[in-house]
Design a binder for this molecule. Structure first.
Ligand SMILES: Nc1ncnc2c1ncn2[C@@H]1O[C@H](COP(=O)(O)OP(=O)(O)OP(=O)(O)O)[C@@H](O)[C@H]1O
Ligand SMILES: [Mg+2]
Length: 154
């Protein structure tokens, strides 16, 4: 694999099966894909064309039926690959009672960052995102979280 490929899929297929192992959906068939370092890449396709299934395989949440998926040249389920991965899901699951700064420190801790380094990066990041002035506010009150709460209430 070329060193600069961050994501690499070769001959990837995914067939979902039911309890009796009968195929229920052929979600992805014969997918080859290379995303190089620095690329901005989008998956576009009609509903049910296999975009989410492909992302889940790249994240290592599900395994392909056939073919190989490599993330930074590693199996996506490898800890070293996951430590370098960022993923923003459609619905966020941030803890509503943690403040912005506690949230960032929490995830920094999970990714194995040392406390002092985490604190420095947290301040840098919140500054860059123009969130420094609300860093002691709980994230449950931030706009996206509000939107998710009201969407669920409907
Ligand atoms: N867990 C599952 N079990 C069975 N079939 C599934 C499962 N997940 C997805 N599928 C099927 O696989 C196909 C691809 O679905 P997928 O969710 O990957 O499409 P998508 O491109 O993300 O669609 P959308 O634009 O609606 O988000 C569909 O036919 C879907 O019904
Ligand atoms: Mg989808």
């Amino acid at each position: 694999m070329a060193e600069e490929n961050v994501i690499e899929l070769k001959g990837v297929e995914k067939t979902f099966r039911d309890f009796w192992m009968r195929p229920v959906a052929e979600a992805v068939r014969g997918l080859d894909l290379e995303v190089a370092r620095g690329d901005v890449f989008g998956l576009i396709g009609p509903n049910g064309s296999g975009k989410s299934t492909t992302i889940k395989m790249i994240l290592g949440l599900i395994r392909p039926t056939k073919g190989t998926v490599r993330l930074f040249g590693l199996d996506p389920r490898a800890k070293a690959a996951r430590a370098r991965l960022g993923y923003l899901p459609e619905l966020s699951h941030l803890h509503p009672f943690l403040t912005a700064e506690e949230t960032v420190l929490y995830y920094a801790g999970l990714s194995g960052m040392k406390r002092q380094e985490a604190r420095r990066r947290m301040l840098e990041l919140l500054e860059e995102l123009k969130l420094a002035h609300v860093r002691r506010r709980t994230v449950g009150g931030f706009s996206k979280a509000v939107w998710i709460r009201s969407a669920r209430a409907r």
